[in-house]
Design a binder for this molecule. Structure first.
Ligand SMILES: [Zn+2]
Length: 108
């Protein structure tokens, strides 16, 4: 995975963003943060990139309507829930089943 450290991307308070498998960050990432981005890279591949971004945005919009809270909506996107739940497990991707993200669709 290629990580690009820079001063501008991602915007705001986010630590990193995975764009088409390239990780942009303003700060050095911890092992678990890197693992979080690797999980997103796997999700990207599974949904052929465009499917991932389409699903991500549509689910985020639905969660905004559902929760009326941007941060809560973000943390409830199935891709984020899977990545946050498993980022500390550095062996997660070795045992992960395909399309595991969709197991995280249930509401918190
Ligand atoms: Zn994430």
């Amino acid at each position: 995975m290629i990580t690009i450290k820079n001063r501008f991307i991602p915007f705001g308070t986010y630590k990193a963003i995975n764009l088409f498998g390239l990780v942009f960050t303003k700060f050095p990432l911890s092992h678990s943060e890197l693992n979080h981005e690797k999980i997103h890279s796997r999700q990207l591949v599974e949904l052929l990139v465009i499917g991932f971004y389409l699903w991500y945005v549509v689910e985020w919009l639905i969660r905004i309507i559902q929760f009326k809270d941007l941060k809560r909506a973000y943390f409830n996107i199935c891709f984020e829930r899977e990545a946050y739940a498993n980022e500390a497990n550095l062996n997660y991707l070795k045992h992960r089943k395909w399309y595991s993200s969709f197991r995280y669709l249930k509401n918190k």
